[in-house]
Design a protein around this ligand. Structure first.
Ligand code: AMP
Length: 391
C-alpha cells in the first residue's frame, strides 16, 4: 500500500497533482472537498448540514468528515493505497487519519506540501472561480478559507515533520515541474517500503518450491516456517526435539514455538527488500499475529497468492513424493497426508477467505509445469515493483 496526503493552501494545485499520482500508483483518490460537494448536489442529509459551512469557507465538522471517509474507504477494500486531498486539515484530523490507517494496518507514507504564497492562491482561485461554479471561489470566502488554512491547517505540517514524512515542494513552478518533483517523492517512498507476500496452497501444490524460487528471484527473505522448524530439528535443539514429536503425530506446531522464530527472522532481515511467507499464517489466529508482526516492523501484506491444484492431483503428487528421498517426515503415510490436507481445508481455507475480503487473493493455476507456475507467480510479484509511467 502507498498512502499519500497532498497538502497546501486552497489553489495550490492539489487536485491537478493528484491525477497523475492516482494513475501512476493506482491509488484510490479521496478529496474530502469533492465528496462534500457530491453530498451537496445530492441534497443528502449530510450535504444539507455542510452546505452553509462550505459556502462561508469554514471547516465542516469532524463527524461529517469521518463519515464520508469511512464510507469511501469501505467502498474500496482492494485499493493499492489512498491519496488524500484536502485532508487532514487540522491536527485533530491528523489523529483521525492515524486511526483510519491503523484500521487498514497501514500508515501515511508521505505528506507532500505544495508551497504557494497567499497572493498567488488568491489569484489562482479567482481565476478558477470564473468557471468552477463553486460558491466558495469568490474573494471574501477565499480570504476566509486562507485564514482557516493558516490558523488550523498549517500546524498539521509539524505533526508530519515530527514523523519524518513531510516533504515540501515549491508549488509555483510549471505544472510539469511540480509534477516531476511530486512523482519523485512518491516513487522514492514507494520503493523504500518492504513488500510482504504470502503464498498459499494445499500441501503438494508446489507452494514451497515456488515461494523459494520467487524469494531468490526478487531478493526477498524466504520465511518458511516448516523449513525453520526442520533446521531446529537438524540442529537437535530443544525446540527441534519438541517439533520432531509433534511431526510424528502429524500435529500443528503451537504458536509459542513458531512465532518467536518468525519474529527473529523478520528482525534480522531489516535490510531485505521484503518477505515471502510460506506455511504461515496457517490459522485465523496466526493471520492476526502476522498483521501484528508486520505492523511492528513497519510493513503490511502487499500480495497474496494461492496456488490451486485439484485434490486428486495433490494426492498423486504427495504419494509419489512419499516414495522418494524428498519425503518429509509428515508425508510417510496416507493417514498423515490426509490429516495435513484436512488441516489446510479446515484451518487455512478460512484464512484465505478472510484475506479475499480484506486484501484480495490472486489465484494461480498450479497444474502446469514448474516454469509455467513460476512465470504466473513472478508476473504478479513483479507488478508490486512497477511504478507506472507519467501520463
Ligand atoms: P476543498 O475542495 O478541499 O477546497 O474544500 C472545500 C470546502 O469543503 C472547505 O472550504 C471546507 O468547508 C470543506 N472541507 C473539505 N475538506 C475538509 C476537511 N478535511 N475538514 C473540514 N472541512 C473540509
Amino acid at each position: 500500500m502507498l498512502n499519500i496526503a497532498l497538502f497546501g493552501p486552497p489553489g495550490a494545485g492539489k487536485g491537478t497533482q493528484s491525477r497523475q499520482l492516482v494513475d501512476r500508483f493506482n491509488l484510490c483518490y479521496i478529496s474530502t472537498g469533492d465528496l462534500l460537494r457530491k453530498e451537496l448536489k445530492a441534497e443528502s442529509e449530510l450535504g444539507k448540514k455542510a452546505k452553509d459551512i462550505i459556502a462561508s469557507g469554514n471547516l465542516v465538522s469532524d463527524e461529517i468528515i469521518v463519515q464520508i471517509l469511512e464510507k469511501t474507504i469501505a467502498e474500496n477494500p482492494n485499493a493499492n493505497g489512498f491519496l488524500f486531498d484536502g485532508f487532514p486539515r487540522t491536527t485533530i484530523q491528523a489523529y483521525i487519519l492515524e486511526g483510519l490507517m491503523n484500521k487498514l494496518n497501514s500508515e501515511l507514507d508521505c505528506l507532500i506540501n505544495l508551497e504557494v504564497p497567499e497572493e498567488e492562491s488568491v489569484k489562482r482561485l479567482l481565476h478558477r472561480g470564473k468557471t468552477s461554479g463553486r460558491s466558495d471561489d469568490n474573494e471574501a470566502v477565499i480570504r476566509n478559507r486562507l485564514k482557516e488554512y493558516h490558523d488550523k491547517t498549517l500546524p498539521v505540517l509539524d505533526f508530519y515533520a515530527q514523523k519524518g514524512v513531510r516533504f515540501d515542494v515549491k508549488g509555483t513552478g510549471s505544472i510539469e515541474e511540480v509534477q516531476a518533483e511530486v512523482a519523485r517523492i512518491a516513487a522514492s517512498q514507494y520503493t523504500k517500503k518492504p513488500v510482504s507476500i504470502v503464498v498459499f496452497g494445499y500441501p503438494g501444490s508446489g507452494r514451497g518450491s515456488q515461494a523459494h524460487a520467487l524469494a531468490e528471484k526478487f531478493g526477498l527473505e524466504f520465511v518458511a516456517t516448516g523449513k525453520m522448524l526442520q533446521e531446529e530439528m537438524d540442529a537437535g535443539t530443544e525446540i527441534g526435539k519438541q517439533v520432531a514429536e509433534l511431526y510424528e503425530s502429524g500435529e500443528l506446531v503451537p504458536d509459542e514455538i513458531v512465532i518467536p522464530l518468525i519474529e527473529q527472522k523478520i528482525a534480522s532481515s531489516q535490510q531485505a527488500r521484503g518477505f515471502i511467507f510460506k506455511g504461515f499464517p496457517r490459522t485465523l489466529v496466526q493471520s492476526y499475529i502476522l498483521d501484528g508482526l508486520l505492523m511492528k516492523h513497519g510493513c503490511s501484506i502487499s500480495k497474496i497468492l494461492e496456488i490451486e491444484v485439484p485434490m486428486l492431483q495433490l494426492m498423486e503428487r504427495l504419494a509419489k513424493r512419499s516414495r522418494t528421498d524428498s519425503c518429509m517426515p509428515y508425508d510417510t503415510s496416507t493417514e498423515k497426508i490426509v490429516r495435513r490436507l484436512r488441516d489446510h481445508e479446515e484451518k487455512t481455507m478460512p484464512v484465505i477467505k478472510k484475506y479475499e475480503q480484506q486484501h484480495g487473493v490472486k489465484t494461480i493455476d498450479g497444474t502446469g509445469n514448474f516454469d509455467q507456475v513460476f512465470e504466473a507467480c513472478a508476473t504478479e510479484i513483479q507488478s508490486l515493483f512497477q511504478v507506472g509511467s507519467l501520463k
